[in-house]
Design a protein around this ligand. Sequence first.
Ligand SMILES: NC(=O)c1ccc[n+]([C@@H]2O[C@H](COP(=O)([O-])OP(=O)(O)OC[C@H]3O[C@@H](n4cnc5c(N)ncnc54)[C@H](O)[C@@H]3O)[C@@H](O)[C@H]2O)c1
Length: 252
Amino acid sequence: MNKLDKKVVMITGAADGIGAAAGRALALAGATIVATDINLDGAKALAASLGNNAIAMSLDVCDENAWQSVINKVMQDFGKLDILVNNAGGAGAGTIEDISIADYRNAMRLNADSVFIGSKLAIEVMKGTGGNIINVASIHGIRAAAHAASYTAAKGAVRLLTKSVALHCAQHGYNIRCNSIHPGYVLTTQMLDWLDKQEDPAAAREQLVALHPIGYLAEPEDIANGILFLASEDSRFMTGSELVMDGGFELV
Ligand SMILES: NC(=O)c1ccc[n+]([C@@H]2O[C@H](COP(=O)([O-])OP(=O)(O)OC[C@H]3O[C@@H](n4cnc5c(N)ncnc54)[C@H](O)[C@@H]3O)[C@@H](O)[C@H]2O)c1
């Protein structure tokens, strides 16, 4: 018996990077995957690669109405939602002096408001049967980055929203766990594209590696393994916790 047999899992931002790797890892563990993304073609490609136990749906996580439609469709098609992985998000660069209030609000909408909306709607459908919410935050939700003021603020909000949700659900006996995961720098397409644009990509990569005492950057699969752990009963005694997967970034 696989660890996630019969589990219905919805993943946001599943077309690429950590979300896609999580889709592959959780499907391998037996889960049915609802791969959602603003990039529907990308989500479809992932779902097709996973075989019969996966479907793709379009979802912009900033759109509250779209969230409701997707959750309704999941309930209609599968009758339940066991696990929600709030993964979609993105780093916006800029210090407090560089960025506008509009940039800040956009980063909050994408990285933090989306987790609020998704968690709220998921709890509604999970509270009868139990469930599990996994929020992909960042090491910058724990350790500030001066060069990413809005991203730091948003991921910090995700970290504490996770704990508030976990406590609320536990206090109400909902049998819904909620944990956050905090990756260091991961070699996703977004990261590789950014490195390619630097004047000296190799030197830029070395600078990023130097932030991680372990001596290398993460692959999306490294973080997917953490998501799989939080999704499975192996972590049944964890709620409101922070799973830090940062190659020691936080230590220096
Ligand atoms: N890559 C890193 O170094 C790193 C480090 C720490 C945390 N994270 C976090 O991990 C999560 C995934 O990041 P990634 O690096 O895999 O990114 P990625 O760019 O590789 O993939 C992000 C996916 O999200 C989708 N997306 C973007 N905006 C969306 C929206 N509004 N609605 C729905 N989908 C949307 C994209 O289409 C893409 O498929 C993010 O929350 C990110 O902040 C990433």
